[in-house]
Write a protein that binds this ligand. Structure first.
Ligand code: NAD
Ligand code: UD1
Length: 336
């Protein structure tokens, strides 16, 4: 099966390509490298003994996409390409809507021209906004987003829902990721944020490796077990496997398919600091700071639907998430 992977050189895309190659699927990667390094391709080859096709280009470039669909016999598309920094999206909303929303529209237009109607889209738990209750199910309300990044994900979801309603031959799968963390256990591939990390795990990892002095913990007065924010951290390889399960179970089934990809377990910021400290043998310096605007107290997934309909369940523990992140970070202190 030939699967076009947009954004396949990025963090989640690259791990998904490795898992796909190991499962006998053929990824064809397109990426404009705005947030990735070409070294990723060598690492994928090293791990799998196979070098996937990589075409450098932008998902908003219709002529480029047309040529890709003309050249390769694509069965399905997984659409990872997009911008993902929440703070930056507040400062640059037009760039975010252009990349994430317009990029998705150009992609689906080119897919339609090429007669390719199976699409898996990288959505986010951010579409649920501040949840009324946990665990969050796929039926819970969406749309009360708090920043342009989240709104762009919600808008793409709506566009794709309307598309499958109008053209029911499409198979559209919306995967709502909770908090992807971790790295390939080889230590060869992982998350390589440019500049100061926005997210918790890469920040902790950079403190442990000595690149940053201390972690700022945003808020210790939430209604949670220790006052710090609680999230559903999921190992990136479990997430990658969730994409393969989606392709295999529903990728050829016309209709709209929506799944949470999480573990169903919540961990607090302090849980993650302690787990990382254990995994790395380093103490993680931190200070307690005011809440970060837009943050919610707690969020974790109901995983029943993915388990029932995809036969997929996250397997890797927080211990593995932190150990694998540390192996990647300590072997590659400056990233790729
Ligand atoms: P990433 O930045 O590592 O990967 C995205 C890739 O897309 C990068 O390689 C980048 O160079 C590429 N890209 C960006 N714009 C492009 C364009 N216009 N044309 C072609 N390539 C382009 O991010 P990631 O963490 O791997 O996330 C992948 C997807 O999952 C994104 O859509 C993101 O919004 C979504 N997501 C991520 C998280 C997370 O915490 N990492 C959570 C929920 C959803
Ligand atoms: C963030 C994004 C969300 C996105 C998700 C996945 C925000 C407001 N939300 O979610 O849209 O879908 O990433 O990539 O950015 N924390 C600290 N110190 C830090 C960093 C984080 O204490 O330096 C805390 C946060 O307050 C939170 C937890 O760690 O309680 C997780 O934060 P983060 O990794 O940024 O993910 P989310 O906020 O869940």
């Amino acid at each position: 099966m030939n699967v076009l992977i947009t954004g396949g050189m990025g963090y989640i895309g690259s791990h998904t390509c490795v898992e796909m190659l190991e499962a006998g699927l053929t990824p064809i990667i397109i990426d404009n490298l705005c947030n990735a390094r070409s070294e990723v391709l060598n690492r994928i080859e090293h791990l799998t003994q196979q070098r996937p096709v990589f075409l450098e280009g932008d998902v908003r470039d219709e002529a480029f996409l047309d040529s890709v669909f003309a050249q390769y016999d694509i069965d399905s598309v997984i659409h990872f390409a997009g911008l993902k920094a929440v703070g930056e999206s507040v400062r640059k909303p037009l760039e975010y809507y252009d990349n994430n929303v317009n990029g998705s529209l150009v992609l689906t237009r080119c897919m339609r021209k090429a007669g390719v109607t199976s699409l898996v889209f990288s959505s986010s738990a951010t579409v649920y906004g501040d949840p009324q209750s946990v665990p969050i199910t796929e039926q819970d309300p969406t749309g009360a987003t708090t920043n342009p990044y989240g709104t762009s994900k919600y808008m793409v979801e709506r566009c794709l829902m309307d598309l499958v309603h109008a053209e029911p031959e499409w198979s559209i799968t919306l995967l709502r990721y909770f908090n992807p963390v971790g790295a390939h256990p080889s230590g060869l591939m992982g998350e390589d944020p440019q500049g100061t990390p926005n997210n918790l795990m890469p920040f902790i990892a950079q403190v442990a490796v000595g690149r940053r002095e201390k972690l700022s913990i945003f808020g210790d007065d939430y209604q949670t077990k220790d006052g710090t924010g609680v999230r559903d951290y999921i190992h990136v390889l479990d997430l990658a496997d969730g994409h393969i399960a989606a392709l295999q179970q529903v990728g050829a089934k016309p209709g709209l398919h929506i799944f949470n990809l999480g573990t169903g377990q919540g961990s607090s910021v302090l849980d993650m600091v302690n787990a990382f400290s254990q995994a790395s043998g380093k103490s993680i310096a931190y200070e307690l700071c005011p809440r970060r605007p837009g943050d919610i107290a707690k969020c974790w997934a109901s995983t029943d639907k993915a388990q029932r309909e995809l036969g997929w369940k996250a397997k890797r523990s927080v211990t593995e998430m932190t150990a694998d992140t540390w192996r990647w970070q300590s072997n590659n202190p400056q990233g790729y």
